[in-house]
Design a protein around this ligand. Sequence first.
Ligand code: PBG
Length: 330
Amino acid sequence: MAFPATRMRRLRRTDALRSMIRETELSVSQLVYPMFVTAEGGPRTPIASMPGIDRLSIDAAVAEARSAAELGIPAVLLFGLPASKDAEGSGAWDDEGIVQLATRAIKAACPELAVVCDLCLCEYTEHGHCGIVRTTTEGSFNGVDNDATLELLARTAVSQARAGADAIAPSDMMDGRVGVLRAALDEEGFSDLPIIAYSAKFASAFYGPFREAADSAPAFGDRRGYQMDPGNLREAVREAQLDAEEGADVLMVKPALPYLDVIRAVKEATGLPLAAYNVSGEYAMIKAAAAAGLLDERAAVLEALTAIRRAGADIVITYHAKEVARWLAQ
Ligand code: PBG
């Protein structure tokens, strides 16, 4: 006579047994907290689409970094909003630029906190593209000049390294940038500095709130020429393998929740440490739904981040980091 197996149900009955057989843990030690540092305005300017996240002056960023460190968050990821923008994005590699100044100030105040510098030109270019723009003979947008952009990214990486960055995270998606950055950093004496490569970065609608926060929406054209098509999994794995071959220390998939299968595939194909970026739009969706009383914010955030870990991410970059640290400590 066949009885239903009851082993699973028995193990789920008590908290103690459930925790013994839990396959995936979400811990504050895996979280990275992104911050927007600005050269203009007051100490804190709220970002309308991202409740709870502000644009920060350098002093406010130091205070925010300190509170993240006190909560046990091991790393912050810095984005800079410069005082002025130009065609090449020269604010990115200015040794006195906003990210460089913020990195120095945060490292001086909290030496134990890792500072990761996002490396891209789109916050610094007046057109909002991630590199040098090419135009047709008629003067219309003709994509980004990959190889010319690499040179500027290398300058920026070295400048961020000199400012005291603990890791560099290129998010531009130019081909060959990991190899070029690795060579440039090695040549300048930063051979120990890790590269966290945004390897599979999709051309995503979920970056909308970030582009408001960083004022980096492209003024014309779009990023589909250099960011990935959301339908492509094999290409994502290939991108990740190329970054690994070029010397990336950590790979990244971005966004996270709509791309859990990509996280799993990249993890299995490379075995390298893997980060997933729970991006601005993913954050905004939960915040908006919770504010409307449509779901339980704490439960939804913990479930979402656990799912990202279960898919294969070692590191989770999330704007929820501080609230999650508080919840996990309770
Ligand atoms: C810069 C960059 C973007 C994000 C991180 N780095 C925006 C973009 O590519 O448009 C998005 C992060 C987020 O949405 O939270 N290239």
